[in-house]
Ligand binder design. Structure first.
Ligand SMILES: [Zn+2]
Length: 422
């Protein structure tokens, strides 16, 4: 028997409002807390949890940025001649995304989404590495780096395996007792909520299935570890989208030209602009100010949200929709989707959740990047109580097993967000 297993289970989009009036994990992890999310999509939330830092520090925020100099997509430019009826198809986009991902050796989640091929060479993609893996952050370290550096044998999910594959893999590692730390990532609830909305009758059965899975994992762990410290948590919630706004149709008829005077990325809930002259800035800003379904996020607020980038790498102006308003069509999708996240973190459905079987959650754990603090604390505790281990090179000399590491992922079936919309 080993002394301790910290078991961190990340269920994407299992937000506070999803479980607030639900008995989810009441017996397995009865102590629960609402957590503030990070402004942005899973592309920002997942790296923040894994690194314990905010977007302005780790620089994993939104996927596409204006950066023609570093754009890897020039090779796709000839595709602009293909008819839009073909290239806007989701299946075609997915297939092309896989091809591009292999070609460009991207290791994280990658999707071309709905960026027109005519403009694609203006953009760079910011998640070329997988934030779940060692060295996967754009800047700084993540929990996988920490575990590797300290030589703590661990399990971290690999999105390429899918939920069931990752469950089988962690179950196997727990049964053998070879790990001292586990980080499990399940993205499928996010996809379900995007498709069906946050009131869907399918949510409860999905939560029961997660409980059953977690219960099995706990049973297996308790056979090998005296104390299993369970944490179930999410990155954000999910808001139903009942209002659609065609933001492009408001901006593109203006005199300033896309590509010549300004560039924009239309995400699902926000639009980010870069301007090349003052006329363009003025015309776009005035038009945006007259749109009641959203608002320009002031710099002071971006700073408060830890998303004010001094070099404006992710956009000079950020226009954010109110909760429940979806930009359609956007560069993320041609058609509407039932529900979305990526609104202001203070909106009702943005809040994430943390559930644990530990009696106390430290008071300073109030936002999702703080989960990293719990992971570090518990990993160190497990290291100490399960038998001390030195750095990897010393361990090898002493004949300790090396930390368990999943093989390099081939082609991810689902990304940090199991949906087609970030
Ligand atoms: Zn999502």
């Amino acid at each position: 028997m080993k002394a301790i297993l910290p078991l961190f289970i990340f269920i994407d989009a299992c937000g506070w409002e999803i479980i607030r009036n639900e008995p989810f994990c009441n017996t397995l992890a009865p102590n629960r807390r609402r957590l503030e999310s990070v402004f942005g999509y899973s592309s920002a939330c997942v790296p923040s949890i894994l690194s314990g830092r905010w977007p302005v520090d780790h620089r994993n925020w939104c996927y596409f940025v204006y950066d023609p100099e570093h754009s890897p997509f020039r090779v796709l430019k000839p595709l602009r001649w293909l008819p839009r009826s073909l290239t806007s198809r989701r299946m075609v986009r997915r297939w092309l995304s896989k091809l591009v991902k292999v070609q460009l050796r991207f290791r994280g989640y990658f999707d071309l989404y709905n960026i027109p091929f005519k403009h694609i060479s203006l953009f760079d993609f910011t998640e070329k590495k997988s934030p779940l893996r060692p060295g996967g952050m754009n800047r700084g370290a993540n929990i996988a780096d920490f575990l590797e550096e300290l030589g703590i044998p661990h399990h971290v999910s690999d999105p390429a395996r899918g939920e069931t594959g990752n469950f089988d893999a962690v179950l196997e590692d727990v049964k053998t007792g070879r790990i001292d730390f586990a980080f499990v990532y399940w993205p499928d609830l996010d996809g379900l909520l995007h498709r069906e909305g946050n009131q869907s009758p399918e949510i409860s059965p999905a939560l029961r299935a997660y409980e059953e899975r977690i219960g099995r994992l706990l049973d297996a762990a308790r056979a090998r570890y005296e104390n299993v410290r369970l944490y179930v948590f999410s990155d954000h919630g999910m808001a139903n989208c009942d209002t659609l706004v065609d933001l492009k149709a408001r901006i593109e008829p203006l005199p300033p030209r896309f590509g010549g005077d300004y560039v924009a990325v239309y995400d699902s809930t926000m639009a980010r602009f870069w301007f090349f002259n003052e006329d363009a800035r003025r015309a776009v800003t005035e038009t945006l100010r007259a749109i009641p379904e959203g608002g320009i996020v002031p710099d002071a607020e971006l700073e408060q949200l830890h998303c004010l980038f001094p070099d404006r790498y992710f956009g000079e102006l950020i226009f954010l929709m109110r909760e429940g308003v979806l930009i359609v069509p956007s560069h993320m999708g041609e058609r509407p989707i039932r529900a979305m996240h990526g609104y202001h973190p203070s909106e009702k459905h943005s809040y994430a959740a943390l559930l644990t079987n530990q009696p106390d959650i430290p008071e300073d754990i109030t936002a999702i990047p703080h989960i990293h603090r719990l992971m570090v604390r518990d990993a160190l505790l497990a290291r100490e109580r399960n038998g001390s281990r030195g750095p990897p090179e010393q361990r090898a000399q002493r004949g300790f097993p090396t930390a368990h590491r999943a093989p390099e992922p081939a082609l991810a079936r689902t990304g940090p967000c199991g949906c087609s919309q970030q």
